[in-house]
Design a protein around this ligand. Structure first.
Ligand code: IMP
Length: 250
């Protein structure tokens, strides 16, 4: 029996997630030589929908799941579905909301995340407002500048902060599990480094004696809030794939 091709997350109301490529199927040139043996069939995979249009997050998740039988797709396959407003009071509330929102539109596992920076000297701000600090048109550089200015007079030992990330996995509008990751650090007096994104240039990670923006992506992901939450989710997804094997493998 030949395994079925991997199922794609299917939008419930809006037709196929991705249009088929235009034009006729490409014919193989006839060579007259011996026929090549057919390529072995792709192993069946469990569709996993990432509730994000961010290609960086999609790549990161796909890389981490490379050895597991999952096929990851991002929210860009549902262009007509607007992203939900992230108005929850906690990262967990937002991650849950996002996961449930998208699981109304696809009938596969959905994974959603929310993350941000908590600064103790600012009573936990910007927290769930991390992406929106300084207004909707502000850039990462504007937000970094604003934090540097607000903490100008705060001494080093009081500049403690942490990144938090919560991931939620949902199916059929129910959250099955959530995973959290936290990384502690200090807010530097000025930005340093050019890697990463967001608040990375001012997030000083003491164990490395560098800001996150001075670390490589691999170094950062090994210790970061998102890396930790993903690592936890990975353990769960590994077990899920064993107890719910992709259909054609049963
Ligand atoms: P979201 O989880 O995509 O909603 O992102 C929340 C915001 O938190 C981002 O826009 C960044 O400003 C900030 N943030 C979250 N994770 C990181 C990180 O790893 N480095 C720097 N900033 C981050």
């Amino acid at each position: 029996m030949s395994p079925r091709p991997p199922a794609r997350p299917k939008p419930r109301a809006t037709g196929p997630a991705r249009p088929r490529p235009e034009g006729p199927a490409r014919a193989r040139p006839r060579t007259g030589g011996p026929e090549r043996p057919p390529a072995p069939p792709e192993p069946p995979r469990i569709p996993l929908f990432l509730a994000s249009k961010n290609p960086g997050k999609l790549r990161e998740l796909a890389q981490m799941l490379a050895d597991l039988p999952y096929a990851v797709e991002g929210a860009d396959v549902l262009p007509s579905v607007p992203a939900p407003t992230e108005d929850g009071a906690t990262f967990e509330a937002n991650a849950r909301k996002k996961a449930i929102h998208y699981s109304r539109h696809v009938d596969t596992l959905v994974i959603a995340d929310d993350s941000g920076l908590e600064i103790d000297a600012l009573d936990g701000a910007p927290g769930v407002r991390s992406a929106r600090l300084a207004g909707p048109t502000a850039s990462d550089t504007d937000r970094v500048r604003l934090i540097v200015r607000r903490l100008e007079r705060v001494p080093w030992e009081k500049r403690t902060a942490r990144f938090r990330c919560v991931l939620a996995v949902a199916l059929n509008e129910h959250v099955l599990e959530t995973f959290e990751g936290t990384v502690e650090g200090l807010i530097s007096f000025e930005p340093r480094g050019a890697e990463g994104f967001g608040y990375d240039p001012i997030f000083y990670y003491p164990a490395a004696e560098m800001t996150f923006a001075e670390m490589t992506a691999v170094e950062k992901n090994r210790v970061s809030h998102r890396g930790q939450a993903l690592e936890r989710a990975l353990g769960w997804l590994r077990e899920y794939a064993v107890s719910h094997p992709p259909r054609a493998a049963r």
